[in-house]
Design a protein around this ligand. Structure first.
Ligand code: RNT
Ligand code: ZN
Length: 424
């Protein structure tokens, strides 16, 4: 596991790969240049199993679940930032951070609606120093006001108002972060609202959710130009198996009507339904997409992203459709059964690797074959691409970006585990 090939060999392998790709009309240097410009938004919540810093004793609710008890999880902002620094150091490229509202820095105990923009100054300073853009999420779960299973779509106006206030605050914080970084921040609204068992009235909650969202998005915030609103649908959650208010149709309609961003989470559909096939349809009607790249195993289990066919298909769609300026790629998984820094590194490296594979396709040639009706040649080329030496290009990219190769980055994680995580 620990042997890294010497740089001369990485270079030689790259030159050979470059020649083979050139024969297909693909410029590997250009692909790597482009790849280095594409940020992935790393989700902070892999670092502490979606716990947050509001109240360490509070369990995770909202129908999502992190399983496992691997030692060393981050307990405060400093620890989380240190773990993130470690993860970013193992991932080629410059990437973003996706924060939840419960991850601000405060010396005193704060409740959900007490968080203010300045509580995120330490994240902002850190992001500035490390060139990270930041994205944001209201946290509409893991709180007594969400205990009924409903938030923005609750029948109780007090509950709705509480969460409306939280979402407006979140947009205010996101705009502040975006302004400070001079880089727009996405605020992604996801609420868990739904019923475990068959409801009688599917309509009432959807009417209320729409009303709540209208109130949230029409609220004036200080820096609207630095905030991008997104909404995230879901099929079901633990305890909301029979009905989720914010379904795909609900949010697709909402995003189209209001021209917000639409967030597509890979785990939020029927098990054989894929988000790769939704991108080119949704982008006809909404301005931009946010992706939550995740991996559901039998259910929306949020496993670490691996180099699956669907991951590759998602990145192919983004690249082939020329959507890189309109699709924001974020991650959403949380595995507490393995080293959390490794989880981030493996999942993000795979997302970047899948992007590279997509950037190494001779797209124009493939499209031409298809348009000429030569499906035989299309199939042959598609299959031939699976055997092309993208691994040599990837290794070279890692070397170029001064991060360890796939066979070596675990060493750094183990050293960090001993030096830092073990003492928590
Ligand atoms: C839940 C959604 C949502 C969360 C995060 C923590 O099913 O995917 O995106 O995972 O907000
Ligand atoms: Zn998600």
């Amino acid at each position: 596991m620990t042997e890294s090939p010497n740089p001369a060999n990485i270079h030689t392998a790259y030159k050979l790969a470059q020649e083979r790709y050139a024969q297909l009309g693909v410029d590997t240097d250009a692909a790597l240049k482009q790849l280095a410009q594409i940020p992935i938004s790393l989700h902070c919540w892999q670092g502490d199993d979606v716990g947050g810093f509001e109240d360490p004793g509070r369990g995770l609710s909202g129908g999502i679940m992190a399983t496992g008890n691997y030692p060393g999880k981050a307990r405060n902002g400093d620890e989380l930032r240190a773990d993130l620094d470690m993860a970013y150091s193992l991932i080629p490229g410059t990437h973003r951070l996706n924060l939840h509202a419960i991850y601000g820095d405060s010396n005193t105990k704060l409740d959900r609606n007490d968080w203010q923009p300045h509580h995120f100054d330490r994240w902002i300073d850190w992001a500035k120093a490390n060139n990270h853009g930041i994205d944001f999420n209201p946290t509409c779960f893991s709180h007594p006001m969400a205990d009924s299973g409903f938030t923005l779509a609750s029948l109780d106006p007090n509950v709705r108002d509480f969460w409306i206030e939280h979402c407006i605050n979140s947009r205010e914080i996101a705009g502040y972060i975006g302004k400070q970084l001079d880089n727009p921040c996405i605020t992604n609204v996801w609420v868990p609202d739904g019923y475990k068992d068959t409801p009688v009235d599917r309509r009432a909650h959807r009417v209320l959710l729409k009303e709540s969202l209208d109130t949230i998005f029409s609220a004036e915030i200080t820096n609207p130009d630095y905030n991008l609103d997104a909404v995230e649908c879901k099929l079901f959650g633990i305890g909301s198996e029979s009905y989720v208010v914010g379904s795909h149709e609900f949010y697709m309609g909402y995003a189209v009507q209001n021209q917000t961003l639409l967030c597509l989470d890979a785990g939020h559909f029927h098990p054989t339904e894929v988000i790769s096939d939704k991108i080119s349809s949704a982008l006809l009607y909404v301005p931009e997409l946010l992706l939550h790249v995740s991996r559901g195993v039998r259910w929306d289990s949020d496993h670490v992203v691996t180099l699956t066919d669907e991951l590759q298909a998602i990145m192919q769609e983004v690249v082939r459709g020329d959507y890189l300026q309109r699709v924001h790629i974020g991650l959403d998984f949380f595995d507490a059964s393995i080293n959390r820094v490794a989880a981030w590194s493996v999942g993000t490296r795979n997302a970047v690797r899948a992007l590279l594979i997509a950037l190494l396709e001779p797209v124009a040639t493939m499209r031409e074959l298809e348009q000429n009706g030569d499906f035989t040649a299309r199939l042959v080329l598609q299959e031939a691409l699976k055997g092309m030496p993208f691994g040599a290009v990837w290794d070279y990219y890692c070397w170029q970006q001064t991060v360890p190769l796939d066979t070596a980055f675990l060493d750094d994680i183990r050293a960090y585990e001993v030096a830092v995580l073990a003492s928590r």
